[in-house]
Design a protein around this ligand. Structure first.
Ligand code: MTE
Length: 317
């Protein structure tokens, strides 16, 4: 796969096509004189792909490593519902309609409810968290995400005594995602993921609504996704519509597809190779070479290793 190196652009200088398209759709029919007020008041305006996210709070969890360019992060994606090629999500998700959007939280919780994307955006101050993001395919990127700890949302519904795991489900609609058929993607859909409750409550687990100071673009999981920085990228489920607190370990998409290669935990671990390739090094995009040693828990060991004390991480891969 050839990766084009593009000059780094500041994110204020980059305006993906999707923003123009969404903006045009959003503004259609609004008299010019009212545009300012309407834009401010319209539901989900803050969640529209590309909308600026003002007042981001800097996070102590951020790495000091240099962030990738916006172009790197938005043109080399895994989002199988929009095609299995790395450039396909950027091309095919352009018109993904993410408004209105709700996330239903159910299962063993005292207060099950649906949150609109606006409610999610306003639940807590949005933080900018610059995380390393390590894909199981041995490439990595550094991304300034925006969001807050997933625990903030989970606490709202009050997890019950039987809740030991959290199951997540992505949006799935063939009308919006004509390529999202199991025979084309090779995976069962809707895309599902899971975490142990203590992993989900760990402050590093990010409920993410933006990147580069803007609401998420469609190919990166608009309008709301997970980012679990100590795990391989596939745990970071995109475009979430359902979260369920459950007693037993939930199924996960890649484990269903190939349990031998993809476990439930999927913690980044340079000592446990993928059956078909080494995980000892990684290719930091846009490089074509394995130019970085992979770190245990993707460099977040001091924060998360205690979650796995006493576990055999070769068995629990
Ligand atoms: N979520 C959904 N719904 N569908 C997917 O195909 N791919 C996963 C994860 N979340 C995927 C998904 C994989 S394999 C990776 S590596 C990351 O998203 C990629 O996130 P990024 O494109 O923002 O880098």
């Amino acid at each position: 796969m050839l990766i084009k190196k593009t000059a780094d652009l500041r994110y204020s200088e980059v305006t993906p096509k999707s923003i123009y398209l969404n903006r045009r759709k959003f503004l259609a029919g609004v008299p010019a004189a009212f545009l300012g007020a309407r834009e401010l008041l319209a539901p989900s305006a803050r969640a529209q792909a590309g909308a600026k996210l003002p007042d981001l709070v800097k996070s102590p969890f951020s790495t000091t490593e240099k962030a990738n360019s916006y172009n790197d992060v938005t043109h080399y994606n895994n989002f199988y519902e929009f095609g299995t090629g790395k450039q396909q999500p950027a091309q095919n998700a352009t018109n993904f309609k993410t408004s209105p959007w709700t996330v239903s939280i159910e299962g063993d919780v005292a207060k099950p409810r649906k949150f609109s994307i606006d409610e999610i955006m306003k639940l807590a101050p949005l933080e900018e968290r610059i995380y390393r993001h390590r894909c199981v395919e041995a490439w990595s990127i550094v991304v300034p995400w925006a969001g807050y700890s997933l625990s903030v949302l989970l606490k709202q519904v009050e997890p019950g005594p039987k809740a030991r795991y959290v199951a997540f489900e992505s949006y799935w609609d063939l009308r919006q995602m004509p390529l999202a058929r199991p025979e084309l993607t090779g995976i069962a859909l809707p895309y599902v993921e899971g975490l142990r409750l203590d992993e989900a409550m760990h402050p590093l687990a990010l409920l993410c609504v933006g990147m580069y100071g803007e609401a998420l673009p469609p190919q990166d999981g608009a309008p709301v996704r997970l980012v679990v920085p100590w795990k391989y990228g596939f745990k970071s489920i995109k475009s979430i519509v359902k979260i369920k607190l459950v007693a037993s370990q939930p199924p996960t998409t890649w484990n269903l597809a190939n349990a031998h290669e993809y476990g439930f935990y999927s913690n980044v671990n340079p000592q446990v190779d993928h059956p078909r390739w080494s995980q000892a090094t990684e290719r930091r995009l846009p490089s074509l070479f394995q130019n970085h040693p992979t770190q245990m828990f993707n460099g977040y060991a001091s924060e998360v290793a205690s979650l796995y004390a006493g576990m055999d991480l070769k068995k629990n891969y």
